[in-house]
Ligand binder design. Sequence first.
Ligand code: V47
Ligand code: SF4
Length: 389
Amino acid sequence: MTKEQIKSFFSKTEFKKELRIVAEKVLNNQRISEADALLLFEKASLSFSGTLANFIREQLHGDHTYFNRNFHIEPTNVCVFACKFCSYSRLYAHRDEGWELTMQQMVDIVKGYDGKPVTEVHIVGGVHPKMNLDFFCDLIEKIKDHRPDLHIKGFTAVELDYMFRKANLSMEEGLKKLKASGLQSLPGGGAEIFDEGVREIISGDKVDAKGWLDIHETAHKLGMHSNATMLYGHIENYSHRVDHMKRLRDLQDKTKGFNTFIPLKFRNHNNDMSNIPESSIVEDMKMYAVARIYLDNFPHLKAYWPMLGRQNAQLALSFGVNDIDGTIDDSTKIYSMAGSEEQNPAMSTSELVSLIKQVKRVPVERDTLYNVIKDYSEAIHKEVDPMLN
Ligand code: V47
Ligand code: SF4
C-alpha cells in the first residue's frame, strides 16, 4: 500500500477519532505518547495496530528481514535466584540436578564450530556463586584466542550485577574488565518487567529496574551495544508494558546504544507460574505491533523464534518485526524447558532463508551489529514465482 492508501484507510470514520489521531501521528512520523500506546493496546483492533506497525517496519527496512548465524553457551543452570517464571534454573542447594560446564567444555563447544561460518556466540545462564568475574574474563579470552572473529555477546544485567558486586567493582570497572577481555555486546535478558510491584512478585531477589538500566547505560557509554527484552503475558497489565517500554525509550534517547527490542512471551511449562495461561497469538502480535509503533528510536524488533515457534515468527514479520534471531543450533534450553513447541531449536541457514521467503520478505544475514553479511534480495528477484507459470 502507498502512504496515501494507508492514510485513506486510517481516515475511515468507523475508526474511533482518538485512534485516528494516533494513526495520523504515526503516518506523519511523530512520536506517540504513553497514553496513545495504552489506547492501542486497549482499543485498537489487531489489523489497525498491525497496519501501522507494518508501515513503520517497511519505512525502516523495506522487506529486509535479518537473521544471524549464532550459537549459545549456557555455562550453568544453577542459580542463586528464584524467579517464579523460570523453568530452567536449579537453586544452588539442588545443584546436583543442574549442570555446570567446565572452562574446557565451553572452549570445546566453541572449537566444535571450527570451519563453520558462525559469527556470534551468545553466553547466558544461571547466576552461579562460584563462576565469578575472573572466570568469565578467562573464558572470553580463551574464546577470543581461539576464534578472534567471533562476536561475543554475553551476560544479562542480572549476571553482571551479581558478578560485579561479588568482585567489589563498580559497573564501569566491571564492564571495562570484561570489554578488555573481549566481550563486545550485551544481550537483553533479565529486564522482565520494570514495574517495581510486579518485579517484586515474579523476580524480587535479583537486580532491580534501575540496576538493569544503569548497567546498559554504562555499557553504551563504553561503546558497547546491547538489546532489551520484556517478559509479557503473565501478571502484568498493559500499563506495566507501556511503563517498561517508556523507560527503555528514555534511555535510548540518551545513549542510542540499543539495537533490538525483544518481547518475550511468558511460557508456563514447569515453573511456579504454571497456573497462568499463556497469551494468545493475537495478543502476541498486538504486543509486537505496539512495540514497533511506540519504540520509534529502536532500529530493530526481534521475534525470538525458539520461544515463539517458527510459524508465529513468520506471522510476526507482518506486525512490525524485522529480525528473527539466528540458527541457534540447538544450543539453548531456556525455552524448551519452559514449554516452547521448539524442543530442539536449530535451523540451518537455508531453512531460515526459506522461512523468511515463504512470507515474501527478503532474508538478510547480518552480524551482531547489523552489518550485512549476505543480502538475498537478488536471489529472490531472479526466482520465478511458480504461481505465474
Ligand atoms: O531474562 C525465562 C526469559 C530471558 C521464561 O538479546 C522466559 O538477543 C518466557 O533474554 N517464559 C533470557 N521467557 C533470554 C534472553 C534472550 C533470548 C534471545 C535473544 C536475546 C538477545 C536475549 O528468558 C530471561 C527471561 O526474561 N525467560 N523463563 C519463561 N518461562
Ligand atoms: Fe536465575 Fe535467570 Fe532463571 Fe531468574 S530467570 S532464576 S536469574 S536463571
